[in-house]
Write a protein that binds this ligand. Structure first.
Ligand code: SAM
Length: 373
């Protein structure tokens, strides 16, 4: 059952997200750029040449182990000692290895949308995230507790704890517009929405007839409370249910919807951990034809893992469509730094598809493997 609030939670929550604290990554709601006290944004990964990546030999690829931190479990208490030290500023913390897990689609699909307020975008539905946050705060939700942490640190990003998935970021809309403009084809493709948050990019691929769509987010709460409900809201469940009364027809349609939804798989966890999980979860792992990723290159400390993940998971003829702001103030990342990083590794070529020059400059780029010849 869905329900509607008749007061403006959004305004109240948005205004709570603006103050900036020293060292904390915060969101300036006026321009959505990231700001922090002192993050310098120097990527640590060593340069590696094209020769070091034999793309046909996946076993050579090793996910980078960061520090000596033990892998996280999926609870608050699972933070590693490096990350739980209150003396460390966020930029000094080791990137962590939040262990990856797959989230099953619940059997009772109606339950997934319980207590959710659905909003409409052209051709898309999504849950109102402010309502989700309010409920999670009130219910003292067990597990990650990222909403209260995000509020108490006045930040939309807490490195290694919460990576921003409880919000639809601006560049997602840029990519959505690009899909329409460029008539991007999804039919028959295997697609990954990497760092999915709301999952709107993957949902468009789902609606566009992709044969398989995988959604990945750092935080399991984001997958359970936002991504999964959004996918269900965009399945044909709602329309199908409303126009039939006979139990047999209803049951049959429900199983059709379940079959349709079985094309979607959901994962939480840090990228290198996700990579390990997905590659071993299928007998013969088939790589992705298309990887969609929006606002995932804000932190240069993650570039090495991100690059390895793309190398590892993209089909040799596949492409990555990446959307990013020009620069993420304070965190140090941005499109130019990332493109430079990619260039130095000499594995992918990048092509600028579009520059959106209103407000904060934003970029859409395509990445494909360099031809070996
Ligand atoms: C700023 S949010 C963007 C969310 C969404 N793509 C959008 O545009 O609305 C960044 C996303 O990247 C993912 N992410 C960032 N760093 C990550 C890491 N090191 N490992 C796994 N996921 C990561 C987070 O899950 C988060 O959802």
């Amino acid at each position: 059952m869905t329900f509607q609030f008749n007061f403006a939670i959004e305004d109240q929550l948005e205004s709570e997200l603006t103050p900036l604290r020293d060292g904390a990554l915060a969101l300036d709601s006026s321009n959505e750029s990231l700001i922090s006290g002192s993050q310098k944004g120097k990527h640590r990964d060593k340069k590696c040449s094209r020769e070091q990546f034999d793309l046909s030999q996946d076993h050579l690829w090793e996910p980078k182990s960061v520090g000596n931190a033990p892998p996280f479990q999926d609870t608050d208490t699972s933070l590693s000692s490096a990350n739980s030290s209150s003396k460390l500023e966020p930029h000094e913390k080791q990137p962590c290895l939040r262990v990856a897990k797959e989230h099953a689609m619940p059997k009772d699909l109606k339950k997934v949308l319980e207590n959710k307020v659905i909003e409409m975008l052209p051709g898309l539905q999504h849950v109102n995230i402010s309502v989700v946050k309010t409920i999670l705060l009130q219910e003292n939700f067990p597990g990650e507790n990222i909403v209260s942490k995000s509020f108490s640190s006045h930040s939309d990003l807490i490195t290694g704890v919460y990576e921003g998935g409880l919000k639809i970021w601006e560049c997602t809309f840029d990519l959505l517009a690009y899909f329409t403009k460029a008539k991007v084809k999804f039919a028959g493709k295997k697609v990954l929405d990497l760092g999915c948050g709301s999952g709107l990019l993957g949902i468009i691929a789902f609606k566009g007839g992709a044969k398989e769509i995988h959604f990945q987010d750092y935080n399991s709460m984001v997958i359970d409370e936002v991504t999964l409900p959004n996918v269900v809201a965009n399945s044909t469940l709602e329309d199908e249910e409303n126009d039939v009364n006979e139990p047999d027809v209803k049951r049959c349609r429900k199983s059709e919807v379940a079959q349709e939804l079985s094309k979607c798989r959901f994962f939480s966890g840090e990228w290198s951990e996700f990579c390990k999980l997905i590659v071993t979860s299928e007998k013969l792992f088939e790589k992705y034809d298309l990887i969609l990723t929006s606002e995932t290159i804000y932190n240069p400390d993650y570039y090495g893992t991100l690059h390895q993940t793309l190398c590892r998971l993209l089909d040799k003829n596949g492409r990555v469509l990446l959307a990013s702001k020009a620069h993420y103030f304070g965190v140090g990342g941005g499109i130019h730094l990332f493109q430079q990083f990619v260039e130095e590794r000499n594995v992918f070529e990048t092509r600028t598809l579009e520059i959106i020059d209103e407000g904060l400059k934003r970029f859409l780029i395509e990445m494909t493997f360099k031809s070996l010849g």
